[in-house]
Design a protein around this ligand. Structure first.
Ligand SMILES: *[C@@H]1O[C@H](CO)[C@@H](O)[C@H](O)[C@H]1NC(C)=O
Ligand SMILES: *[C@@H]1O[C@H](CO)[C@@H](O)[C@H](O)[C@H]1NC(C)=O
Length: 444
């Protein structure tokens, strides 16, 4: 079912002029799922991420003894070396049960020239691993990781910089002084509200807690940034976490909080629908993820990511300096769902995802406007020509969201009000629908 999934319309083509952006300043990563990815697609992913200004891929790996996993990893390292890009592992603890399953593998890569280091140490992260089941024979989770990973790596002559995303723990002020004293830092994976929190702007409560706790203990904080989360795989994996009031606020939240690292979630996770890079067909061919992401191209987000990455690296504390990066006077992206919130999906065996009650029939546009340009307006249309709203644009960053999304094609247009001429326009590639009797089959 593609139903509740955002799609994007790009307001102009991505420029290649960012291709040689220097990756200095604060580090920015993309979370990258290791699946079967062809050699030439690994090459393309690295070229594309580098062109956006990112420093590295956080390679989510859940299996290091399958040929596809080893092959994709080796292709990525080959191309990262070729293009001076960096990679580090984010061990997925839904796939591993003990670091002893991956320490030899990690040791085989930490000396690779393309392995990302911080303060001279190989950078290592995780997804999950903080729950009480991850003690690995020690008395605490902290000591489990210390003995089974950190000490093993140190004893092998390769001490690591360990900054896990223990999303299975709670952000607490004494996170580092009490529960996890030997971590080097923490990532907040949860960059989406939970449905139980209602129709709110993506909160920063946990980010602030981790950041304050980390800096008080001379540790670091990595903040997650993601557009939405929609999973529609089976009855235990069928949920939506709000994309409304998320990404368009998250940039400003990051710049104001000033985390030490940013991890964009994700480059290619089709299952959770939050990919911002290429979602290649080979890892999901014939799967339900392949069906519900088919033809939903998310590379439109890349219109605005370079300006954000540049601002973060430059130490900006707000979005004011997020100007177009393609040389144009206006550049942007818009997103919306392709089924209305109350759409009929009765014949979809999985049913509507949990969290569906937080879906809003809205269109959100982010438009970057060049310095000194003060005469532009943006208008959002539903069903091709039904005007939902118009607003004046300011130089720099503009985020605009309107209610009233209806069936048909979404169009977003930027006009120069001094001349009445259209500056740039985007047309949604997939029309909005209100009733799809058999969601999965008809839309796949
Ligand atoms: C992995 O790479 C080897 C060597 O190139 C190749 O023979 C094999 O078919 C690949 N396996 C998979 C599953 O991609
Ligand atoms: C531009 O937008 C503003 C609302 O922000 C509106 O008052 C004005 O009429 C618009 N101008 C044109 C030419 O549409």
């Amino acid at each position: 079912m593609r139903s509740f999934f955002s799609i994007l319309g790009a307001l102009s083509a991505l420029s290649s002029t960012f291709a040689n952006a220097a990756t200095i300043g604060k580090p920015v990563f993309f979370h990258y799922l290791i699946g079967t990815v062809y050699d030439e697609h690994c090459q393309q992913d690295i070229l594309d991420a580098r062109a956006l200004g990112a420093d590295a891929f956080a390679l989510n790996i859940a299996n290091d003894d399958a040929a596809w996993s080893l092959n994709t990893t080796s292709y990525l390292f080959k191309w990262a070396n070729e293009y001076n890009f960096k990679l580090f592992f984010s061990f997925d603890m839904t796939g591993f049960s003990n670091p002893d399953q991956f320490t030899d593998f990690l040791l085989s890569y930490v000396t690779n020239d393309a392995y990302y280091t911080y303060n001279g140490l190989p950078f290592v992260s995780t997804f999950n691993g903080g729950a009480s089941t991850y003690k690995f024979g020690q008395d605490s989770v902290n000591d489990g990781w210390k003995v089974a990973l950190q000490d093993v790596m140190s004893n092998a002559g390769h001490p690591i910089y360990f900054i896990p995303a223990f999303q299975d723990t709670t952000a607490l002020p004494d996170y580092f002084t009490n529960d996890f004293p030997t971590l080097d830092g923490a990532m907040n994976w949860n960059s989406w509200p939970f449905a139980s929190q209602g129709d709110i702007i993506v909160p920063t409560t946990d980010d602030q807690t981790y950041l304050t706790a980390a800096h008080a203990s001379s540790k670091t904080f990595m903040m997650g940034v993601s557009p939405l989360q929609f999973k529609h795989i089976d009855s235990s994996q069928n949920w939506y976490r709000r994309g409304e009031q998320n990404l368009e606020y998250r940039f400003g939240q990051v710049l104001s909080l000033q985390p030490d690292f940013v991890e964009l979630q994700t480059w290619n996770d089709a299952g959770e629908s939050h990919y911002m890079g290429n979602s290649w067909p080979e890892p999901i061919a014939g799967t339900v993820e392949g069906a519900y992401t088919d033809s939903y191209d998310h590379t439109g987000y890349q219109q605005i990511l370079p300006a954000f990455i540049k601002a973060f690296k430059a130490g900006a504390t707000n979005t004011d300096t997020m100007f177009p990066t393609n040389g144009a006077n206006a550049q942007g992206v818009f997103w919306h769902h392709t089924l209305l919130a109350n759409a009929d999906c009765s014949a979809d065996g999985l049913g509507k995802p949990s969290g569906i009650e937080t879906v809003e029939d809205k269109v959100t546009a982010v438009v970057l406007v060049a310095e000194g340009v003060t005469t532009y307006n943006v208008s959002i249309f539903s069903n091709t020509d039904t005007l939902l709203g118009t607003t004046k644009l300011v130089p720099g960053y503009n985020a605009y969201s309107v209610a009233g999304l209806d069936t048909g094609t979404v169009v977003v247009s930027v006009e120069d009000t001094s001349s009445g001429s259209e500056v740039v326009k985007g047309t949604g590639p997939i029309a909005v629908s209100a009733s799809v009797p058999i969601c999965l089959e008809t839309m796949a």
